[in-house]
Design a protein around this ligand. Structure first.
Ligand code: ADP
Length: 694
């Protein structure tokens, strides 16, 4: 977290420094462009000024030359000093720049002179003679040049405290090829500037004559001051004198858009700044989107990492393109080993790989993936196999193209283990139930075997008694009497029968407990009664009960487990006889009945039937004490008994047996007293009748 924060800060600072750098560059570029534009503008002004200066110099020179022509005209004809003076005065009136005109002879003596009418004489204070040396030097030069010559300028103080910088021009007067005199004109430098060129000068421009060292001699216009001053200097080369004409100009208030170039550059810069601004806004928006995307990605990653279901994506060629951590953990293989892995996958058990591959190809080619998934077995890196549930679905990308397959894989080994556990506990439960059954069976056996065993013992006792009687009678007689031997044989046969029956009971009960398919056979109802009759009559005889049998001969054979049904009949008969135990023999209640009181009726008749099934009803009717209400409620509850030696299992067993046959066992009160226990058994259909016992 800290690391990512630091990384975020450094990324932010880098972004900011980039922005600062870019803005600096743009500002520098703009500055340079504006500066260059300014430079260009200055150079334009400078060159214009240079041009003006050179024009000015040309103008001055040409005016001075024109003046020379005028002077020559002044000297052309024969003149008297007075007429010369007259002409000179006129000339001076026209040319304000000339302060004084002189006509001197060959020896430089003044023949005539005229002063400008516009000001007092320049030589008034010092006198003209003070400059005689200069004049002669100039005229010597003029003579040498055979043309006009100019003196160096000199300062003439004026009576008003000021002074004037003046310059003499000497022009030889030539007559018949000989110099006869000189015309000397005295120029005021300042007036040269103001008169000859000053009118064309624009405002803000100062024009001056300077010496080579920069000393200003005369000035016209306002001397320029300030920082943005442009200066142009040109040499005014006159015969005998050279001066510098200096032109100074101050640029007007600096314009914001001095020219098209600057305007263009500025417009471009503004456009650039606008683009930068838009760019920044776009960047911000992108950053926001990037952040949102980052957050969404982080959420998705967290989700994928924390989900417990294994996720796997494959491309159309079956190569793995994505696995989540849960899947890697499940199969114990690193993600980088799985990615781009094609068939056979490293988590396939080698012995099943070929089968899986075929299955995979068929499934993916057919595109018919079961929505509920399919079960498979995967292998961990350590070789252990585990069951998985795989759910696959086509992977459709953003433009709706099918790009591969997405699978969700569930490790179902825990589920299987729980299922196995529950199955085992189910088995244990069943085993317990069976154990309980065995206990029940043991009780039943002991209960059911009571009767045959009692019979066996009574037969055996009888046999013993007979044998004892025979031994006693043998002594007087020589041979045993045949009837006795027959009885003995019968008794022994009965013993054998009952012993066999005891065996059958055990087997039948055993089968019943094991819930095996009991052997069902079609039996004549009468045959069932016949089978139990010896035992019933034995007990009836003991208890003084008369047994009445009512069998409807139209009854069809019934389909049943013969031994068990016999046991049911036997049980019910015994219960009935026991219920009548306390009745006085031969004295039936109500008195009117012809038969004695202890009567047990065994009745068999057809029961209600329909097209699909026919039933036979068996009833055991006693005329005992009947069943009290509280006893009736619990009659079929196992181990419920009212008898001292009873086990309370007889009726519950009987009901189970009858219900297993599809029949119904019930009871009702008999009239005038006693109880009717009755049950139904299905009649055997025609095809079952063949297996009827003879
Ligand atoms: P057991 O005969 O061992 O007692 P049974 O389940 O056969 O067990 O009978 C349960 C009880 O039902 C008997 O104790 C008896 O009280 C009552 N009972 C059964 N049959 C009759 C009957 N015919 N008349 C009166 N009571 C009966």
């Amino acid at each position: 977290m800290k690391f990512s924060f630091a990384r975020g800060v450094s990324r932010d600072s880098r972004r900011w420094s980039l922005w600062v750098l870019m803005v600096t560059l743009v500002v520098a570029l703009l500055g340079i462009l504006v500066w260059l534009a300014g430079r260009y503008e200055s150079s334009m002004v400078q060159s214009r000024l240079e041009h003006d200066a050179s024009e000015t110099v040309t103008d001055i020179r040409s005016e001075l030359t024109r003046n020379i022509q005028t002077f020559q005209a002044l000297q052309s004809s024969e003149r008297t000093p007075s007429s010369w003076h007259q002409s000179a005065i006129e000339l001076l009136r026209e040319h304000r720049e000339i302060m004084r005109l002189e006509w001197r002879n060959e020896a430089l003596e003044v023949q005539a002179f005229a002063e400008t009418p516009y000001r007092t004489s320049v030589f008034e204070r010092l006198g003209r003679s003070s400059m005689q040396a200069d004049v002669s030097l100039t005229c010597t030069t003029a003579r040498r040049l055979s043309g006009s010559a100019y003196s160096t300028s000199y300062f003439m103080p004026q009576p008003n405290g000021l002074g004037l910088e003046v310059m003499d021009m000497c022009l030889p007067i030539v007559a018949a090829g000989r110099i006869t005199g000189f015309t000397i004109a005295t120029y005021s430098l300042q007036d040269i500037l103001s008169e000859l060129v000053g009118k064309q000068l624009s405002r803000g421009v100062g024009l001056s004559f300077t010496e080579a060292d920069g000393t200003r001699l005369a000035l016209h216009g306002v001397p320029a001051k300030g920082s943005r001053i442009y200066i142009a200097q040109q040499l005014l080369d006159l015969p005998g004198n050279t001066m510098v004409v200096r032109m100074e100009s101050r640029l007007g208030t600096p314009a914001l858009f001095p020219n098209v170039l600057t305007a263009l550059v500025t417009a471009m810069s503004l456009a650039l700044i606008a683009v930068l601004f838009l760019f920044a806004r776009d960047m911000r928006r992108r950053l926001r989107v990037e952040n949102d995307l980052g957050e969404a990605l982080a959420f998705r990653k967290a989700m994928e990492d924390s989900v417990l279901t294994g996720l796997r994506a494959r491309d159309l060629q079956g190569r793995i393109t994505y696995v989540n951590p849960a899947f890697c953990k499940m199969v114990g293989v690193e993600a980088k080993e799985l990615l781009n892995h094609s068939f056979p996958s490293p988590y396939w058990p080698p012995e099943l790989a070929s089968m899986y591959q075929q299955r995979q190809e068929i499934r993916l080619a057919g595109n018919n993936l079961p929505r509920e998934g399919h079960e498979s077995v995967f292998m961990r890196r350590d070789g252990t196999r585990f069951p998985v549930l795989i759910m696959e679905a086509p992977l459709i990308n953003a433009v709706g193209k099918h790009t591969g397959w997405m699978s969700a894989i569930l490790d179902v080994s825990e589920q299987r283990r729980v299922e196995e556990l529950s199955r085992a506990s189910q088995d244990r439960l069943q085993a317990t139930a069976r154990l309980a059954m065995v206990g029940e069976m043991a009780s039943l056996l002991s209960h059911e075997l009571n009767q045959p065993l009692a019979a066996i013992s009574s037969y055996a006792t009888g046999s013993l008694n007979l044998l004892q009687g025979e031994t006693a009678a043998e002594k007087p007689a020589a041979a045993p009497t045949p009837p006795l031997s027959e009885d003995l044989q019968l008794a022994m046969r009965r013993i054998a029968e009952q012993a066999e029956r005891a065996g059958k009971v055990i087997k039948s009960v055993h089968d019943f407990v094991r819930r095996r398919d009991q052997v069902r056979e079609a039996v004549q109802p009468r045959a069932l009664l016949d089978a139990i009759m010896p035992l019933v009559s034995l007990q009836a005889r003991k208890l003084g009960v008369r047994v009445v049998i009512e069998v409807d001969e139209s009854c069809e054979p019934v389909l049943c487990d013969r031994t068990m049904v016999e046991q049911v009949l036997l049980n019910l008969s015994r219960n009935g006889m026991q219920a009548m135990q306390n009745l006085p023999e031969g004295a039936p209640p109500g008195g009117a009945a012809p038969q004695p009181g202890k009567v047990l009726t065994l009745r068999i008749r057809p029961a209600a039937s329909n097209a699909h099934s026919r039933w036979v009803e068996f009833a055991v009717i006693d005329c005992g004490q009947g069943i009290a209400e509280d006893v009736a409620e619990r009659l079929f509850t196992p181990f419920f008994t009212t008898k001292e030696e009873g086990m309370g299992l007889g009726l519950s067993l009987c009901r189970t047996v009858i219900e297993q046959h599809g029949g119904f066992l019930g009871f009702e009160a008999a009239e005038p007293q006693g109880t009717i226990f009755s049950f139904t058994l299905p009649a055997a259909l025609a095809q079952d009748a063949g297996s009827e016992r003879p």
